[in-house]
Design a protein around this ligand. Structure first.
Ligand code: CP
Length: 307
């Protein structure tokens, strides 16, 4: 299949191949000349129907470092505003000889829907509260880089699990790679199906942090809250926020991750976000190599299919 729609569709071996390919591209982008010609015959459209900083820019950079031709589309300044449908929009873009589409969309399942209705390779760059596969890949890759492995590592995902595509994709990827996963957050921000995924809920933040090797601190997604969820931001921070005093009081050092953007002072304080415990900017840096790997592997399949 020439798509990356979710971690759910990948095997452990697929993920390991992406990591090995990313190792190579990480070495490439640390060279004085950061570009390789691998995708010079491929054209990629980045379609963003929702805001993004890290994902949009790192996909664009990954594509340019692979020498692909790149076009960027933001829904807010497009003819979507005049009522054009998603399929019409994408088919019009594809008629300009585009090979691959990277798409972020607010609707869960938008990537799968598109893959069934247009003739192009689709990469899901985040679909509502469903999946964010490249984020989970770069997160697991960053854990492996810091701790030497993912298998057997204890990871707690903290916060607004309900609205988080990062949480779902991370749970799938971590489990496939043999990590142990718990979640911690207010009951109102945990999906009802969470335990059916084989994930334990630890409602007490201190206990969760004492258990884990890695804490992945999620952003409270106020923009996705349809009703006023308990707790308030102040209550949330008191019960689920990590500050330096709490971190320093733990029996062992843990790694702090955050997918960004950070609500500084809500889920983590600045002295935690900017501390040696945090690998937040390593995650962002690894995002370029991971996305180069994903695009390279998908493009190889397109070329193979054409031969
Ligand atoms: N982590 C992440 O997806 O960030 P952006 O929304 O800025 O792309």
């Amino acid at each position: 299949v020439n798509h990356l729609l979710g971690i759910k569709y990948l095997t452990r071996e697929d993920i390991q191949l992406i990591f090995e390919t990313a190792d190579h591209f990480k070495e490439v982008i640390n060279r004085p000349i950061k570009k390789v010609p691998s995708l010079r015959d491929i054209t990629i459209a980045n379609l963003f129907f929702e805001n993004s900083t890290r994902t949009r820019l790192s996909f664009e950079l990954a594509e340019k470092r692979l020498s692909a031709d790149v076009i960027n589309f933001s829904a807010g300044s497009s003819s979507v505003k005049k009522g054009e449908t998603l399929i019409d929009t994408v088919n019009n873009i594809l008629s300009m000889k585009v090979d691959m589409v990277v798409m972020r969309h607010p609707n869960p399942g938008a990537g799968v829907f598109l893959s069934k209705n247009v003739n192009a390779s689709i990469v899901n760059a985040g679909d509502g509260a469903h999946e964010h596969p490249t984020q989970a890949l770069l997160d697991c890759y960053s854990i492996k880089e810091r701790l030497g492995k993912v298998e057997g590592i204890k990871v707690v995902i903290v916060g607004d699990i309900l609205h988080s595509r990062v949480a779902l994709s991370n749970i799938f990827a971590l489990q496939k790679l043999g990590a142990k996963v718990k979640v911690c957050g207010p009951k109102t921000l945990l999906p009802k199906y969470i335990e059916s995924l084989g994930v334990e809920v630890e409602p007490n933040l201190r206990k969760a942090l004492e258990w884990c090797d890695v804490a992945n601190m999620l952003r409270v997604q106020n923009e996705r809250m349809e009703i006023s969820y308990f707790p308030t931001t102040r209550e949330y921070t008191q019960q689920f926020g990590v500050n330096k005093t709490l971190l320093d009081s733990l029996k062992k050092e843990i790694v702090i991750m955050h997918p960004g953007p950070i609500n500084r002072g809500v889920e983590i304080t600045s002295d935690v976000a900017d501390s040696k415990h945090a690998i937040i900017l390593d995650q962002v840096q690894n995002g370029v190599a991971i996305r180069m790997a994903v695009l390279y592997l998908l493009a190889s399949k397109i070329k193979h299919d054409e031969d």
